[in-house]
Design a protein. Structure first.
Length: 221
């Protein structure tokens, strides 16, 4: 009789242990669920901060993308577009080497633009980014363009601005122009809490590979 009573009394005890274990598992699951939710919220906050808070990387990406999209007004939010394209309007002996007057031709300058930010070093209000930049080989574009323009001038004795722009458009659109990739150190400076890309020879050489060298050879020739 005593054994039967012990056996009967042990059943509720076993059931109680199972209930306790089940409740403990539910609590652990609840804690894990809360931790996951907190981590997701933190990830969202960090992502939003990255999008909102200005940084050298974000500024460079935005500027290059605006150039590629042909949104020159937006480029001015991150740099000075007039200064960037100034090299394309260089004059030698009052003869323009390349002057993409139309918006269409200006957009063609950047349609092949690609970039890869390899590193960024920030010191106070100045940052230096090592960027790998790819674009059309402008040395070849200008060489071909000037050959066409010279031949037309030699044969006709004159070359209208419209015809010159037509020749330039042909070369900018040509699928035979190779691309060129080079690494550049691009400087950014913080102004009123916002990063701005400094326009210098390094930036121009990166955006217009071969063009700066071509212009320098003409100026020194």
């Amino acid at each position: 009789m005593a054994n039967k009573e012990k056996s009967k009394s042990s059943k509720p005890e076993t059931k109680s242990k199972k209930e306790t274990s089940s409740k403990s598992n539910e609590k652990n699951k609840g804690k894990l669920g809360r931790i996951i939710i907190i981590l997701i919220i933190l990830a969202i906050i960090i992502a939003l901060m990255f999008l909102v808070i200005p940084s050298p990387e974000k500024t460079l990406n935005e500027m290059f993308q605006a150039l590629k999209d042909g949104d020159f007004e937006k480029v001015n939010e991150f740099s000075n577009y007039d200064e960037i394209k100034k090299i394309t309007e260089n004059d030698t002996s009052n003869n323009s080497i390349m002057s993409p007057e139309s918006v269409e031709n200006q957009k063609l300058l950047y349609e092949s633009l690609e970039w890869n930010i390899k590193s960024v070093k920030t010191e106070g209000n100045t940052a230096t980014a090592v960027v790998e930049v790819t674009n059309k080989d402008f040395n070849e574009i200008i060489t071909n363009y000037m050959e066409k323009a010279f031949q037309a001038w030699f044969l006709q004795g004159d070359l209208s601005d419209e015809k010159a722009q037509e020749y330039l458009t042909e070369e900018l659109k040509s699928q035979d122009i190779p691309v060129k990739t080079q690494e550049a150190n691009i400087t950014l400076e913080k102004e009123n809490g916002k990063w701005k890309v400094k326009v210098d020879e390094n930036l121009r050489k990166a955006i217009y590979p071969g063009l700066v060298e071509f212009v320098e050879s003409i100026d020194n020739g």
